[in-house]
Design a protein around this ligand. Structure first.
Ligand SMILES: *[C@@H]1O[C@H](CO)[C@@H](O)[C@H](O)[C@H]1NC(C)=O
Ligand SMILES: *[C@@H]1O[C@H](CO)[C@@H](O)[C@H](O)[C@H]1NC(C)=O
Length: 370
């Protein structure tokens, strides 16, 4: 029902929209809009190996950029309400798998607390590509139990704040997705077992922490409906429900979808977002886009704004406003990336401080802020 209603509204908007009709920016309607605050992950690559000398925490207290100031600016001036805080397994364990280094964890916690202070939702993102030093977790590399141990400690530390979301793993790739689905299930079971669990308050609002479930192929939105989604659909809470188990999807807009070029060539709506929306409605699930972005260029402004507006857009046709919405299946977007990047980085979204105010990058202003 819902999808046919939506397609007729989309059709109506196409019919009614005159060339001169301005598209009204409506990304205020998505639940979550935000940006990554990177730096603790610097030096990590897709092999799951990290050059620890490259770590550059986005915290002035640790000699880095002012990630805390960036986040409060984004909340206050840009109406953002979610930040993803990448960190590596190696960093938290001081490179000794199985340990939880208290000093390093306290360093990362400074960023988490700075995020929580803004009132935003804060995603703990283990930025390891489903690997530890070239080897795949649960598939020849570290055991599932090792990852479960890490997540048990993190969930124990952060379960008391429902503004924390648990990002199980950044961008798994080149692995067996069914086996990986079992690994993710073990992590979810561990997180819910320590108490970051489903509970309802008297207003019947779900108060449980969101857990983000990542698929293979760098958790690409484009192949999620056929590959990752079906395998991850089997992952359940302790009570058999899927409450707050949200699919984690990424999608870049450059010609090879790698997110390494300053020019964008597609909004991915036909190839990724529309098929994914259809599939999510079919299986009654939701997704959050935790990485997308582009250069501060006209092409990326065009295509990223288009991709974001696909979640919720309004067309003004004379006095009539036509709305098409996918907010039932897409919770929002978290762009890549601010934090410790600067304007030498292709996908830089770090605002600059001058005198008494922050200045945003062009892409932040055009598409991400709201
Ligand atoms: C990944 O990072 C490790 C550690 O810095 C480095 O030795 C390795 O060459 C890198 N591999 C790739 C493919 O970039
Ligand atoms: C997934 O989406 C593609 C289009 O990108 C479509 O051809 C395919 O049938 C879809 N598969 C499922 C299972 O929905």
């Amino acid at each position: 029902m819902k999808s046919s209603l939506i397609s007729s509204i989309v059709l109506a908007s196409q019919v009614l929209a005159l060339p001169s009709a301005p598209a009204v920016r409506a990304n205020t309607a998505v639940k979550y809009a935000g940006v990554n605050i990177a730096g603790f992950d610097f030096g990590m690559n897709t092999t799951g190996a990290q050059d620890m000398s490259k770590v550059y925490p986005p915290l002035t207290a640790l000699g880095g950029p002012d990630g805390a100031g960036q986040m409060s600016h984004f909340v206050k001036d840009d109406n953002l309400n979610i930040f993803r805080l990448p960190v590596t397994w190696q960093y938290l364990s001081d490179s000794n798998i199985g340990t939880f280094d208290t000093t390093k964890v306290a360093n990362y916690d400074k960023l988490v607390q700075a995020c929580l202070t803004t009132g935003a939702t804060c995603i703990i993102d283990i930025h390891n590509y489903a690997r530890w030093n070239y080897e795949i977790i649960g598939q020849g590399g570290p055991s599932d139990a090792s990852l479960v141990q890490l997540w048990t400690q993190l969930a124990t530390k952060y379960k008391s704040s429902t503004n924390i979301a648990f990002g199980v793993m950044n961008e798994p790739h080149d692995l067996d997705i069914t086996t990986w689905g079992n690994t993710v299930q073990e992590v979810v079971t561990a997180i819910r077992t320590v108490g970051a669990t489903s509970q309802m308050n008297r207003h019947e609002t779900w108060l449980t922490n969101v857990v983000l479930l990542p698929g293979t192929d760098y958790t690409s939105a484009g192949s999620f409906n056929s590959t990752s989604g079906p395998a991850l659909s089997a992952v359940k809470n302790l009570d058999g429900s899927t409450t707050n188990l949200i699919f984690d999807v990424h999608q870049y807009l450059d010609y090879d979808y790698s997110g390494t070029h300053t020019e964008c060539v597609t909004d991915n709506i036909e190839s990724a977002w529309q098929p994914l929306a259809n599939w999510l409605r079919q299986v009654k699930r939701q997704a959050l886009n935790t990485e997308t972005g582009g250069g501060n260029t006209a092409s990326c402004e065009q295509y990223l704004c288009s991709a974001i507006n696909f979640m919720k857009r309004e067309m003004r046709c004379g006095t009539l406003i036509v709305v098409s919405s996918n907010t039932d299946v897409f919770l929002g977007y978290v762009a890549w990336s601010a934090g410790s990047f600067d304007n030498t980085y292709e996908l830089d979204l770090t605002p600059t401080w001058s005198g008494s105010s922050w200045t945003d990058t062009a892409l932040m202003k055009a598409c991400i802020a709201r």
